[in-house]
Design a protein around this ligand. Structure first.
Ligand code: SF4
Length: 319
Protein backbone atom coordinates (compact mmCIF):
# COMPACT_ATOMS: atom_id res chain seq x y z
CA UNK A 1 0.00 0.00 0.00
CA UNK A 2 1.24 3.49 -0.80
CA UNK A 3 1.65 5.14 2.64
CA UNK A 4 0.51 8.50 1.28
CA UNK A 5 -2.95 6.95 0.78
CA UNK A 6 -3.24 7.06 4.58
CA UNK A 7 -2.06 10.65 4.87
CA UNK A 8 -4.35 13.50 5.90
CA UNK A 9 -5.99 15.64 3.24
CA UNK A 10 -6.07 18.81 5.45
CA UNK A 11 -2.97 20.93 6.22
CA UNK A 12 -1.22 19.72 9.37
CA UNK A 13 1.35 21.24 11.70
CA UNK A 14 3.63 18.65 13.25
CA UNK A 15 5.02 19.17 16.75
CA UNK A 16 8.12 17.00 16.95
CA UNK A 17 9.42 15.92 20.37
CA UNK A 18 13.07 16.02 21.25
CA UNK A 19 14.66 13.95 22.65
CA UNK A 20 13.09 11.01 20.88
CA UNK A 21 14.32 7.77 19.35
CA UNK A 22 17.53 5.88 20.04
CA UNK A 23 19.01 6.08 23.53
CA UNK A 24 22.65 5.36 24.35
CA UNK A 25 21.81 1.78 25.40
CA UNK A 26 20.22 1.00 22.04
CA UNK A 27 23.07 2.60 20.10
CA UNK A 28 25.50 0.49 22.11
CA UNK A 29 23.54 -2.74 21.56
CA UNK A 30 23.26 -2.26 17.80
CA UNK A 31 26.94 -1.34 17.56
CA UNK A 32 27.84 -4.48 19.50
CA UNK A 33 26.03 -6.74 17.02
CA UNK A 34 27.58 -5.00 14.02
CA UNK A 35 31.08 -5.07 15.49
CA UNK A 36 30.71 -8.70 16.55
CA UNK A 37 29.81 -9.63 12.96
CA UNK A 38 32.81 -7.67 11.72
CA UNK A 39 35.16 -9.31 14.19
CA UNK A 40 33.88 -12.90 14.33
CA UNK A 41 32.13 -13.28 10.97
CA UNK A 42 28.62 -14.52 10.31
CA UNK A 43 26.46 -15.77 11.74
CA UNK A 44 26.40 -14.05 15.09
CA UNK A 45 23.43 -15.19 17.15
CA UNK A 46 21.38 -12.70 19.17
CA UNK A 47 19.41 -13.97 22.13
CA UNK A 48 16.05 -12.16 22.09
CA UNK A 49 15.46 -9.20 19.78
CA UNK A 50 18.53 -7.00 20.23
CA UNK A 51 16.10 -4.13 20.89
CA UNK A 52 12.31 -4.13 20.57
CA UNK A 53 11.99 -2.82 17.03
CA UNK A 54 11.38 -4.95 13.92
CA UNK A 55 13.25 -2.61 11.56
CA UNK A 56 16.37 -2.61 13.73
CA UNK A 57 16.20 -6.38 14.13
CA UNK A 58 15.75 -6.90 10.36
CA UNK A 59 18.73 -4.64 9.65
CA UNK A 60 21.01 -6.64 11.99
CA UNK A 61 19.75 -9.86 10.40
CA UNK A 62 20.47 -8.50 6.93
CA UNK A 63 24.06 -8.00 8.08
CA UNK A 64 24.35 -11.58 9.34
CA UNK A 65 22.77 -11.80 12.80
CA UNK A 66 20.36 -14.60 13.64
CA UNK A 67 17.83 -13.76 16.34
CA UNK A 68 16.73 -16.62 18.60
CA UNK A 69 14.56 -16.62 21.69
CA UNK A 70 16.47 -19.06 23.88
CA UNK A 71 20.11 -19.85 24.55
CA UNK A 72 19.30 -23.48 23.77
CA UNK A 73 18.50 -22.40 20.18
CA UNK A 74 22.13 -21.32 19.64
CA UNK A 75 24.39 -24.00 18.09
CA UNK A 76 27.23 -25.13 20.35
CA UNK A 77 30.46 -23.15 20.07
CA UNK A 78 28.81 -20.09 18.42
CA UNK A 79 29.11 -16.39 19.19
CA UNK A 80 25.98 -14.98 20.83
CA UNK A 81 25.05 -11.44 21.80
CA UNK A 82 22.69 -11.11 24.75
CA UNK A 83 20.11 -8.36 24.14
CA UNK A 84 20.01 -4.88 25.68
CA UNK A 85 17.21 -5.85 28.09
CA UNK A 86 19.45 -7.99 30.30
CA UNK A 87 19.39 -11.72 30.99
CA UNK A 88 19.07 -13.93 34.05
CA UNK A 89 22.17 -15.82 35.32
CA UNK A 90 20.61 -19.08 34.09
CA UNK A 91 21.16 -17.88 30.49
CA UNK A 92 24.88 -17.36 31.13
CA UNK A 93 25.11 -20.80 32.75
CA UNK A 94 23.40 -22.43 29.77
CA UNK A 95 25.74 -20.55 27.41
CA UNK A 96 28.74 -21.89 29.30
CA UNK A 97 27.41 -25.45 29.02
CA UNK A 98 27.04 -24.97 25.27
CA UNK A 99 30.53 -23.52 24.95
CA UNK A 100 29.20 -20.25 23.55
CA UNK A 101 31.12 -17.02 23.39
CA UNK A 102 28.80 -14.49 25.00
CA UNK A 103 29.05 -10.80 24.20
CA UNK A 104 26.87 -8.90 26.59
CA UNK A 105 24.80 -6.03 25.13
CA UNK A 106 22.85 -5.47 28.35
CA UNK A 107 22.39 -1.73 28.82
CA UNK A 108 24.68 -0.56 31.63
CA UNK A 109 21.66 1.03 33.32
CA UNK A 110 19.99 -2.39 33.48
CA UNK A 111 23.21 -3.97 34.76
CA UNK A 112 23.17 -1.36 37.52
CA UNK A 113 19.75 -2.65 38.62
CA UNK A 114 21.12 -6.22 38.64
CA UNK A 115 24.07 -5.12 40.76
CA UNK A 116 21.83 -3.25 43.19
CA UNK A 117 19.63 -6.32 43.57
CA UNK A 118 22.59 -8.57 44.37
CA UNK A 119 24.02 -6.04 46.83
CA UNK A 120 20.72 -5.66 48.70
CA UNK A 121 20.31 -9.43 48.82
CA UNK A 122 23.79 -9.77 50.36
CA UNK A 123 22.77 -7.16 52.94
CA UNK A 124 19.74 -9.25 53.87
CA UNK A 125 17.17 -6.75 52.55
CA UNK A 126 13.79 -7.75 51.18
CA UNK A 127 13.65 -6.63 47.57
CA UNK A 128 10.60 -5.40 45.69
CA UNK A 129 10.84 -4.85 41.93
CA UNK A 130 8.22 -2.60 40.32
CA UNK A 131 7.94 -3.78 36.73
CA UNK A 132 5.87 -5.49 34.07
CA UNK A 133 5.55 -9.25 34.37
CA UNK A 134 6.88 -11.08 31.33
CA UNK A 135 8.93 -8.18 29.94
CA UNK A 136 12.42 -9.31 29.01
CA UNK A 137 14.08 -6.85 31.37
CA UNK A 138 11.99 -8.10 34.28
CA UNK A 139 12.85 -11.71 33.43
CA UNK A 140 16.52 -10.74 33.64
CA UNK A 141 16.21 -8.71 36.83
CA UNK A 142 14.06 -11.18 38.78
CA UNK A 143 16.56 -13.90 37.91
CA UNK A 144 19.37 -12.12 39.79
CA UNK A 145 18.15 -12.95 43.28
CA UNK A 146 15.02 -13.50 45.33
CA UNK A 147 12.60 -10.57 44.93
CA UNK A 148 8.89 -9.79 44.82
CA UNK A 149 7.46 -8.26 41.65
CA UNK A 150 4.76 -5.59 41.77
CA UNK A 151 3.15 -5.06 38.38
CA UNK A 152 0.97 -1.97 38.78
CA UNK A 153 -1.21 -3.08 35.83
CA UNK A 154 -2.40 -6.01 37.98
CA UNK A 155 -3.16 -3.78 40.97
CA UNK A 156 -0.64 -2.84 43.60
CA UNK A 157 -0.39 -5.64 46.15
CA UNK A 158 2.35 -4.78 48.59
CA UNK A 159 3.96 -7.96 49.99
CA UNK A 160 3.77 -8.68 53.70
CA UNK A 161 7.21 -8.82 55.31
CA UNK A 162 7.86 -8.57 59.03
CA UNK A 163 7.66 -5.06 60.48
CA UNK A 164 11.39 -4.91 61.11
CA UNK A 165 12.28 -6.04 57.58
CA UNK A 166 14.61 -3.76 55.66
CA UNK A 167 12.97 -3.21 52.30
CA UNK A 168 14.65 -2.05 49.08
CA UNK A 169 12.63 -1.07 46.02
CA UNK A 170 13.96 -1.32 42.47
CA UNK A 171 12.17 -0.46 39.24
CA UNK A 172 12.19 -1.53 35.61
CA UNK A 173 14.03 1.17 33.63
CA UNK A 174 11.28 1.85 31.09
CA UNK A 175 8.20 2.34 33.26
CA UNK A 176 5.81 5.27 33.39
CA UNK A 177 7.22 7.84 35.80
CA UNK A 178 3.70 8.63 37.01
CA UNK A 179 2.45 5.05 37.52
CA UNK A 180 5.66 4.07 39.27
CA UNK A 181 5.31 6.97 41.69
CA UNK A 182 1.85 5.65 42.63
CA UNK A 183 3.22 2.15 43.29
CA UNK A 184 6.04 3.57 45.37
CA UNK A 185 3.60 5.65 47.44
CA UNK A 186 1.72 2.45 48.32
CA UNK A 187 4.94 0.65 49.26
CA UNK A 188 6.04 3.61 51.39
CA UNK A 189 2.67 3.62 53.16
CA UNK A 190 3.36 0.06 54.30
CA UNK A 191 7.14 0.36 54.74
CA UNK A 192 7.95 4.02 55.50
CA UNK A 193 11.67 3.27 55.79
CA UNK A 194 11.90 1.41 52.49
CA UNK A 195 14.92 2.39 50.46
CA UNK A 196 13.68 3.40 47.02
CA UNK A 197 15.97 3.50 44.02
CA UNK A 198 14.82 5.46 41.00
CA UNK A 199 15.90 3.13 38.23
CA UNK A 200 13.72 4.64 35.50
CA UNK A 201 16.45 5.67 33.10
CA UNK A 202 17.30 9.12 31.77
CA UNK A 203 16.05 8.20 28.27
CA UNK A 204 12.64 7.05 29.50
CA UNK A 205 12.26 10.11 31.74
CA UNK A 206 13.31 12.59 29.05
CA UNK A 207 11.06 11.07 26.37
CA UNK A 208 8.07 11.04 28.73
CA UNK A 209 8.70 14.69 29.69
CA UNK A 210 8.84 15.70 26.02
CA UNK A 211 5.67 13.68 25.30
CA UNK A 212 3.88 15.55 28.10
CA UNK A 213 4.92 18.87 26.59
CA UNK A 214 3.67 17.71 23.19
CA UNK A 215 0.36 16.50 24.54
CA UNK A 216 -0.44 19.96 25.87
CA UNK A 217 -0.05 21.50 22.40
CA UNK A 218 -1.68 19.07 19.97
CA UNK A 219 -4.91 17.24 19.22
CA UNK A 220 -3.33 13.85 18.52
CA UNK A 221 0.00 12.16 19.21
CA UNK A 222 1.64 9.54 17.00
CA UNK A 223 4.24 7.45 18.81
CA UNK A 224 6.49 5.78 16.29
CA UNK A 225 7.76 2.36 17.33
CA UNK A 226 6.90 -1.25 17.98
CA UNK A 227 3.94 -2.70 19.89
CA UNK A 228 6.29 -4.74 22.11
CA UNK A 229 8.40 -1.73 23.09
CA UNK A 230 7.77 -0.88 26.72
CA UNK A 231 8.89 2.71 26.48
CA UNK A 232 6.82 3.34 23.30
CA UNK A 233 3.70 2.09 25.06
CA UNK A 234 4.42 4.34 28.03
CA UNK A 235 4.74 7.36 25.69
CA UNK A 236 1.32 6.56 24.22
CA UNK A 237 -0.13 6.36 27.74
CA UNK A 238 1.44 9.71 28.65
CA UNK A 239 -0.32 11.33 25.69
CA UNK A 240 -3.63 9.62 26.51
CA UNK A 241 -3.42 10.83 30.11
CA UNK A 242 -3.92 14.34 28.68
CA UNK A 243 -7.23 13.22 27.16
CA UNK A 244 -6.06 13.23 23.55
CA UNK A 245 -5.99 10.34 21.12
CA UNK A 246 -2.70 8.62 20.56
CA UNK A 247 -1.57 5.83 18.24
CA UNK A 248 1.51 3.62 18.31
CA UNK A 249 2.63 2.79 14.78
CA UNK A 250 5.76 1.38 13.15
CA UNK A 251 5.46 3.62 10.13
CA UNK A 252 3.16 5.46 7.69
CA UNK A 253 1.67 2.25 6.31
CA UNK A 254 -0.10 1.79 9.67
CA UNK A 255 -1.68 5.27 9.67
CA UNK A 256 -5.39 5.68 9.07
CA UNK A 257 -6.60 8.79 7.28
CA UNK A 258 -9.69 9.00 9.51
CA UNK A 259 -7.47 9.68 12.55
CA UNK A 260 -6.75 13.13 11.11
CA UNK A 261 -10.42 14.21 10.78
CA UNK A 262 -10.79 17.59 12.49
CA UNK A 263 -7.11 17.59 13.51
CA UNK A 264 -4.62 20.28 12.53
CA UNK A 265 -1.88 19.85 15.17
CA UNK A 266 -0.21 16.44 15.44
CA UNK A 267 2.51 15.54 17.94
CA UNK A 268 5.16 13.00 16.97
CA UNK A 269 7.58 11.20 19.23
CA UNK A 270 9.35 7.84 19.21
CA UNK A 271 10.63 5.32 21.70
CA UNK A 272 14.21 4.55 22.61
CA UNK A 273 14.43 1.65 20.14
CA UNK A 274 12.90 3.43 17.11
CA UNK A 275 15.20 4.42 14.24
CA UNK A 276 14.88 8.00 13.04
CA UNK A 277 14.15 6.72 9.52
CA UNK A 278 10.73 5.54 10.76
CA UNK A 279 9.92 9.01 12.12
CA UNK A 280 11.11 10.64 8.89
CA UNK A 281 8.87 8.32 6.84
CA UNK A 282 5.79 9.30 8.86
CA UNK A 283 6.57 13.01 8.54
CA UNK A 284 7.10 12.64 4.82
CA UNK A 285 3.77 10.84 4.42
CA UNK A 286 1.88 13.51 6.39
CA UNK A 287 3.58 16.23 4.32
CA UNK A 288 3.02 18.89 7.01
CA UNK A 289 2.68 22.63 6.56
CA UNK A 290 5.17 23.23 9.41
CA UNK A 291 7.38 21.14 11.72
CA UNK A 292 7.76 22.72 15.17
CA UNK A 293 10.42 21.28 17.50
CA UNK A 294 9.40 20.77 21.16
CA UNK A 295 11.44 19.71 24.17
CA UNK A 296 14.87 20.20 25.61
CA UNK A 297 16.76 18.65 22.71
CA UNK A 298 19.32 15.94 22.19
CA UNK A 299 21.06 13.99 24.92
CA UNK A 300 24.80 13.64 25.13
CA UNK A 301 25.33 10.24 26.71
CA UNK A 302 27.46 7.36 25.47
CA UNK A 303 28.31 3.96 26.93
CA UNK A 304 31.54 2.02 26.52
CA UNK A 305 31.75 -1.02 24.31
CA UNK A 306 32.50 -4.36 26.00
CA UNK A 307 36.22 -5.12 26.17
CA UNK A 308 36.02 -7.87 23.50
CA UNK A 309 35.06 -5.26 20.91
CA UNK A 310 36.81 -2.08 22.02
CA UNK A 311 39.84 -2.27 19.68
CA UNK A 312 37.47 -2.45 16.70
CA UNK A 313 35.88 0.95 17.28
CA UNK A 314 37.86 3.20 19.56
CA UNK A 315 36.64 3.72 23.07
CA UNK A 316 32.93 4.28 23.02
CA UNK A 317 29.76 3.63 21.11
CA UNK A 318 28.66 6.56 18.99
CA UNK A 319 25.67 8.52 20.21
S1 SF4 B 1 15.79 2.78 27.49
FE1 SF4 B 1 17.19 3.29 29.17
S2 SF4 B 1 17.66 1.31 30.13
FE2 SF4 B 1 16.74 0.86 28.12
S3 SF4 B 1 18.51 0.66 26.75
FE3 SF4 B 1 17.87 2.80 26.67
S4 SF4 B 1 19.15 3.85 28.23
FE4 SF4 B 1 19.25 1.66 28.62
Amino acid sequence: MNPTQNAPSMPIDIYLASPRGFCAGVVLAVDIVELAIKKYGTPVYVKHQIVHNPIVVAETERKGAITVENVTDVPEGSVVVFSAHGSPPSDYEEAKKRNLMVIDATCPLVTRVHNEAKKYAREGKKIILVGHRGHQEVIGSTGQTDMTLIDEREGIEVPEFSDDAEVAVLTQTTLSVRDTAAAIDDIKDRYPNAMVRNDICYATTNRQEAASQLAEMVEMVLVIGAQNSSNCNRLKEVAESYGIKSFLINGPEEMDRSWFDGVSRVGITSGASTPESSVAAVIEAINPKNVIHIGKGDENITFRLPKELEPEAGTAARQ
